[in-house]
Ligand binder design. Structure first.
Ligand SMILES: Cc1cc2nc3c(=O)[nH]c(=O)nc-3n(C[C@H](O)[C@H](O)[C@H](O)COP(=O)(O)O)c2cc1C
Length: 200
C-alpha cells in the first residue's frame, strides 16, 4: 500500500486476534514512530512496550476502568447507563485486550523553556508523541496490524504507572493497543472540507 492507501483504509481496531506480534515487527513500528518530527529537535520521550501476558491483563483491567470513568465521570454529558453496561460487557468479552501495548511518555524533568513558557513545552512534547503515535499507527496498518489510540489512561496515570514502571518522573501521554484485527475495520466518515476549512 502507498501512504495514501494506508491513511484512507485505516480505522481504529478495538478487538484483536490473540496471535502475538513478533518483537521485530513491534520494533519496526517503533522505529517508524521515532522518525516523526520532534519539537525543539529533542527526543524527550520514552516508550514502554507491554507484551507479557500478566502485564497485558493488568493493562486491560485498567482500560476497562478508565473507559467507565470517561463515560460516567469525565464527560459533561455522561453516557446512558445502558450504553455503559453494554461497553463493559464488550470489554469483558475482550475489547481492548491486545497482544501489545505501547505507552508513550514525555520527559518534563528538566524543562528547556523558561518558566512562563513551560506549558507550551508540555504541549510540544504531547504533540511530539502524537506524531510518533501516528507514524506507528500507519506503519502498523501497512503491515496488517490494527491499532487504537487510548487516551483514557490519562485519567488514571498513577494506576497505569504502577503497571508500566516508567523511569521516575516521566509523564504518561497515551497508549497504543496493537494487534491483528478480528474483522476488517471500516473507515468512519469525516466532516467535509467545506465544513472545516477556510482558504484566505
Ligand atoms: C488522543 C486520542 C485519544 C483516544 N482515546 C481513545 C480511548 O481512550 N478509547 C478508544 O476506544 N478510542 C480512543 N481514541 C480513538 C478514537 O475514538 C477514534 O480515532 C475515533 O473514534 C475515530 O475513529 P477512527 O480512528 O476509526 O477513524 C482516541 C483517539 C485519539 C486521537
Amino acid at each position: 500500500m502507498d501512504v495514501k492507501e494506508v491513511i484512507f483504509s485505516r480505522a481504529s481496531v478495538r478487538v484483536f486476534r490473540p496471535d502475538p506480534l513478533p518483537v521485530d515487527v513491534v520494533n519496526e513500528v517503533l522505529e517508524a514512530g521515532v522518525r516523526a518530527p520532534i519539537a525543539g529537535g529533542v527526543e524527550k520521550w520514552f516508550f514502554v512496550v507491554v507484551m507479557s501476558e500478566g502485564k497485558r491483563r493488568k493493562i486491560h483491567e485498567l482500560l476497562k476502568e478508565g473507559h467507565v470513568i470517561y463515560a460516567t465521570k469525565v464527560l459533561k454529558e455522561p453516557y446512558p447507563e445502558r450504553s455503559v453496561r453494554k461497553w463493559v460487557q464488550s470489554m469483558e468479552a475482550g475489547m481492548y485486550y491486545a497482544p501489545a501495548y505501547i505507552a508513550g511518555y514525555i520527559d518534563m524533568r528538566e524543562p528547556r523553556h523558561r518558566e512562563e513558557y513551560v506549558d507550551e513545552e508540555r504541549i510540544f512534547l504531547h504533540q511530539t508523541i502524537a506524531t510518533a503515535f501516528q507514524n506507528m499507527i500507519l506503519t502498523a496498518w501497512s503491515l496488517g496490524i490494527g491499532s487504537v489510540w487510548l487516551g483514557v489512561p490519562l485519567f488514571m496515570k498513577e494506576e497505569f504507572n504502577k503497571v508500566l514502571e516508567p523511569p521516575e518522573g516521566l509523564e504518561l501521554a497515551g497508549i497504543l493497543a496493537l494487534g491483528y484485527p478480528t474483522d476488517k475495520p471500516k473507515p468512519k466518515p469525516r466532516k467535509t472540507l467545506e465544513q472545516i476549512v477556510k482558504y484566505i
